[in-house]
Ligand binder design. Structure first.
Ligand code: UDP
Length: 412
């Protein structure tokens, strides 16, 4: 039997497949087993944190790896079980057929373990691609409705041929409802699988604006002192894990054209991209800008770090599926310059609530920084509109409500 739930409020029509208004009147929410492959805190995990944290009494989270994500979930009162398998964890995004065959026994063990847990719940909610594979393969064993929250743009730029084929097949035969994190992600799914894009609800991540009120950004010198940043420099902040497609090297390149600006890189190589992190340091040294580049590592207090910046950069060289860091920069009331591709153009309207540049173009990025620096009134206007948009269009409340409706619908 589903556990009881406070009555959800009315739906917000931010999707191509808007859920029926009657869904909002459903008096109870099904119990949910969430599955996520990562122990680290990436964008997909922050999104799950808010959702799982909103229904701890009737859910459990299975993680496929240990890490700080578990600690954060448990701090919210979530029940967490870690089912890690060293062999399966070793399968990478560009997996070969041979590589996949080697890990079959480990995969079967995890499929059975997840299916055994899922039988105790009404719905199985899979939050990442490896979770999709392991959870959906077990459908004949658990026979529960399967939801996949798709956080990726499913193209060959991001994923191997084998992985895309597996996703395509599983979505067709074993997933009851895909929910995409942007229209760009939904379109890539439709192109891969041939399913009608109109049947894929889009639920944007929600960003908790209240956490941005905890830091007073009015005394920026004091804030920078506290964070160990130069008090008087003009600071551009780039937030996100260090990874080649996140394009930190493009920002370094742009910095060579911005003689007195500083760049703060907030984030760490979460998924084995240590060689790239090292290359970034070498690039900074070789370009003679090392004294103006600050490697801050992974930071928990992103709102404070964002408020310490003059501008927030987003530099992904491949289309970003959503880009939480962009909405966070907006919530921090900072002007955001973002790479115009993927889900980003669903968030940023050029010249209204932010500034868009061509992905991978360091000259365009430097020019954009110069343009906003030369016109503080424009930068302020963009930042104000951005903050309003972040609060209204990307609230956690709206995100959780729409997810709840999608989960209820899948359970019926
Ligand atoms: N983040 C963080 N600390 C850091 C760097 C990033 O907490 O040092 C968070 C960031 O605030 C955002 C998330 O990691 O919420 C990254 O999400 P995004 O959608 O931008 O990228 P993804 O990881 O999904 O590719």
């Amino acid at each position: 039997m589903p556990h009881s739930l406070p009555l959800p409020k009315a739906a917000s029509p931010d999707s191509s497949a808007t859920l029926a208004a009657s869904d909002a009147l459903e008096p109870s929410m099904p119990s949910v087993l969430f599955v996520d492959q990562s122990g680290q805190l990436g964008g997909a995990e922050f999104a799950l944190l808010e959702l799982a944290g909103s229904c701890v009494a009737r859910s459990e989270v299975v993680l496929l790896a240990e890490g700080p994500f578990r600690v954060r979930l448990e701090a919210l009162g979530a029940r967490v079980e870690v089912l890690s398998d060293a062999h399966v964890s070793g399968v990478v995004r560009q997996a070969s057929v041979l590589n996949c065959l080697r890990v079959v026994p480990g995969i079967l063990r995890q499929v059975r373990a997840i299916a055994a847990r899922a039988r105790a719940f009404d719905v199985l909610f899979l939050n990442t691609q490896k979770a999709l594979v392991l959870g959906a393969l077990g459908k004949p064993l658990h026979r529960r409705p399967v939801i996949w929250y798709q956080h990726d743009i499913l193209t060959r730029e991001h994923f191997g041929r084998v992985q895309l084929s597996v996703v395509k097949w599983l979505v067709r035969v074993a997933v009851d409802q895909v929910i995409a994190n942007s229209h760009a992600s939904a379109r890539s799914l439709a192109a891969l699988t041939g399913i009608d894009v109109e049947t894929v609800p889009v639920v944007y991540n929600g960003i908790d604006a209240s956490t941005f009120n905890l830091t007073d950004g009015s005394d920026i010198a004091a804030l920078r002192r506290r964070l160990g940043l130069p008090e008087r420099a003009w600071l551009a902040g780039l937030f996100g894990r260090l990874a080649p497609w996140k394009g930190q090297h493009v920002a370094l390149d742009a910095l060579t054209r911005l003689p007195d600006a500083h760049l703060v890189l907030v984030g760490a190589p979460l998924f084995g991209e240590d060689a790239y992190a090292q290359r970034l340091r070498e690039q900074a040294a070789k370009s003679g800008i090392a004294d103006r580049v600050h490697f801050a590592g992974f930071q928990d207090d992103v709102p404070a770090w964002m408020k310490a910046m003059d501008v927030i950069l987003h530099t992904s060289t491949e289309p970003e599926p959503f880009g939480r860091v962009i909405v966070e920069g907006m919530a921090a009331a900072r002007p955001v310059i973002a790479a115009a591709a993927g889900g980003v153009i669903e968030i940023v309207r050029h010249g209204e609530n932010g500034w868009l540049v061509k992905p991978g173009d360091a000259t365009a990025l430097a020019d954009a920084v110069d343009a906003l620096r030369a016109d503080p009134a424009l930068a302020r206007r963009l930042a104000q509109q951005a903050q309003t948009d972040a609060r209204t269009e990307f609230s956690v409340d709206r995100y959780v409500r729409r997810m709840t409706q999608a989960i209820e619908k899948a359970a019926r």
